[in-house]
Design a protein around this ligand. Structure first.
Ligand code: SF4
Ligand code: SF4
Length: 228
């Protein structure tokens, strides 16, 4: 026989158990303890409530709250340039998109952009990595689906005007500035950057072959000894 089955194990309810408290007569009746419990519950009825009658009463979370990720709509268009960083950073691979070209200044936009909310774990990594402040965590926690298809949020459902996200955008500005100090200072106009504009600034009017020839000529020219 196994060693621990040789003797019966001491029953915690046994009166012989050395640490067991002896109950007096009233305690054995249990009724006084039941009334004590009822009296305690009754007193709580007159104390301030910390709960809400959801969904009739809705909670307005603070700006730090990470709810459903949404796309920022700026002047009627998505800020997103479909760089794919958020999809790359998303741990459960909840984001998918297809980039396309546009004649707008930003040149690229997501032809489609979807977040599978059955996969999303509200980690906020997409918001962290986005270079355009184009995807942010909203205050929306009231998320209900009736089917698996319903849980896939497409671009029209994801877009939220930036005016409705002002608290979060302001919070991110303060939070990110604190995090990165003077190295990172998000400017809203960064959202309207253009490779074409950059080329225009740098454009010398030379073709690639001409530029290579020009470079060769520059390299073969002896450097001037004076700075003037
Ligand atoms: S919050 Fe996290 S899990 Fe949800 S879409 Fe963004 S990166 Fe993916
Ligand atoms: S990281 Fe930002 S800009 Fe890039 S695809 Fe995602 S939302 Fe769009």
């Amino acid at each position: 026989m196994a060693k621990n089955l040789e003797k019966p194990v001491v029953n915690a309810l046994s009166e012989n158990y050395k640490n067991e408290r002896k109950l007096n007569f009233l305690e054995k009746l249990y009724l006084p303890e039941i009334f004590k419990g009822l009296w305690y519950s009754f007193k709580q009825m007159f104390k301030p409530k910390f709960t809400m009658n959801y969904p009739e009463e809705k909670w307005d979370p603070p700006a730090i709250f990470r709810g459903r990720p949404v796309l920022v709509e700026d002047h009627g268009k998505e800020r997103c340039v479909a760089c794919g960083l958020c999809a790359r950073a998303c741990p459960p691979l909840a984001i998918s998109m297809q980039a396309s070209e546009t004649d707008d200044e930003k040149e690229r936009y997501p032809d489609f952009f979807e977040i599978n909310m059955l996969r999303c774990i509200y980690c906020g990594y997409c918001e962290e990595v986005c270079p355009e402040e184009a995807i942010v965590m909203s205050k929306d926690y009231d998320i209900v689906f009736e089917s698996r298809e319903d849980a896939i949020y497409d671009k029209p459902r994801l877009l939220v005007p930036k005016e409705d996200l002002s608290e979060r955008l302001e919070y991110l500005r303060n939070y990110k500035n604190r995090q990165f100090g003077s190295f990172w200072n998000f400017q809203e106009e960064n959202n309207i950057h253009s490779v074409r504009d950059r080329d225009r600034d740098w454009n010398t009017g030379l073709s690639l072959v001409d530029m290579v020839e020009q470079q060769k000529r520059n390299d073969s020219t002896p450097a001037s000894k004076s700075w003037s």
